[in-house]
Design a protein around this ligand. Structure first.
Ligand SMILES: [Zn+2]
Length: 296
């Protein structure tokens, strides 16, 4: 079941792939030396963040590496921007649309860093990382800090949120936060209950992230456009209200079927529904996560 979920995610999360494979990766400068990479003409995976240096002496760091199907394109784009190969890849979590090109980068000299639970899960399903070569070589349980290119990249674990192996990265001196899938900006979030995720944990993680940033922070979500503290606060507000709406029906002892029929998230549908996490699927996730924690 877990294996199946991991294998299916990149495909399910990428309806664009079924039609037109992405043919180019585009980059946006977040601050000088930090670039957001994404598919230029379709879905290439979750957002990727590249820290470049002077092209000779500094370490090149990539946070998440997209779908394995487009590993070559992502690799070439990173190399083009950085002037040489990536040294360190940091995985924010285990999903194939974030770790899919691990093996390709490792085969080109990168060392993969990830939370302990990512390696554990990938050992069961190395294909999600492009094969055994994509397994993280260095793992951490709580936090690790990279001191590279005059930057301090603080990598820290958040417990049971999107999955059970999530990490976010705060570039302290340039005030950039990379959330991984702890934020889907302007769309219903995927909360992967089968891989250790939890709705209340997800809300707690977003609260923790908000407390670490200020109005000037640039926020790179796992999916969706680059945003800021206000954007994160607004996504959190939606999730809290959606949770309350579903909990209200759970408190009335309604079945999952009846809750879905009642459509408690109707008010969010126009703004947050999307192909992978529809209003119905978000309702179902909220229901299952909230009832699961009750019966525990
Ligand atoms: Zn994910």
């Amino acid at each position: 079941m877990k294996k199946l979920a991991l294998l299916l995610l990149p495909l399910a999360a990428s309806p664009a792939l079924a039609q037109d494979p992405v043919t180019a990766i585009k980059s946006t400068e977040v601050v000088p030396g930090i670039h957001l990479l994404e598919g230029a003409d379709g879905f290439a995976g979750g957002n990727m963040t590249l820290l470049t240096g002077d092209g000779r002496h500094d370490r090149i760091v990539l946070i998440d590496d997209g779908l394995g199907a487009v590993a070559e394109l992502i690799y070439a784009k990173a190399r083009d921007l950085a002037g040489r190969d990536v040294d360190f890849v940091i995985n924010t979590h285990v999903h194939g649309d974030h770790v899919g090109s691990n093996a390709h980068f490792a085969e080109n000299g990168a060392v993969i860093f990830a939370h302990d639970n990512i390696r554990k899960r990938l050992l069961e399903n190395p294909d999600a990382a492009g094969g055994p070569a994509g397994l993280p070589e260095v793992t951490f349980s709580d936090e690790v800090t990279f001191h590279v290119n005059g930057n301090e990249a603080f990598v820290f674990h958040l417990k049971k949120a999107h999955t059970d192996g999530d990490a976010a990265i705060l570039f302290r001196n340039v005030n950039v936060l990379v959330t991984g899938d702890l934020q889907f900006h302007g769309m219903f979030p995927f909360i992967d209950l089968d891989n250790g995720g939890d709705v209340d944990g997800y809300i707690a993680a977003q609260e923790q992230l908000l407390a670490m940033i200020d109005d000037e922070t640039r926020v790179v979500p796992g999916h969706g456009s680059m945003t800021d503290k206000e954007g994160l606060a607004s996504d959190l507000d939606m999730l809290r209200r959606a949770r309350a709406a579903v909990l209200d029906l759970v408190d009335q002892e309604m079945s999952e079927e009846d809750v879905l029929a009642a459509n408690p998230l109707a008010e969010f549908h126009d703004d947050y529904d999307w192909m992978f996490i529809t209003t119905e699927r978000m309702t179902q996730t909220l229901y299952r996560s909230l009832t699961r924690s009750r019966t525990r």
